[in-house]
Design a protein around this ligand. Structure first.
Ligand SMILES: [Zn+2]
Length: 67
């Protein structure tokens, strides 16, 4: 199982998704620090650690895929 985090710096939010969530884009474009972006992790522990390190105020779990 792959987990994705979506860092949205513009709205100061990071969201955790599971693999194959419909919100995860099929092709990931390059992202930069300010825009944030999508990042994949091979397990949930690493994804959660990355969420904490993202530095955003709002940490959420996706309501669709319920990671
Ligand atoms: Zn999701």
């Amino acid at each position: 199982m792959i987990y994705w985090i979506h860092i949205a710096r513009a709205i100061d939010r990071v969201t955790l998704h599971r693999d194959r969530c419909s919100e995860v884009p099929s092709s990931i474009s390059s992202s930069d620090f300010w825009e944030g972006g999508w990042f994949d992790y091979p397990d949930k522990e690493r994804a959660l650690a990355a969420m904490e390190q993202a530095g955003t105020t709002d940490e959420r779990k996706c309501a669709l895929c319920k990671p």
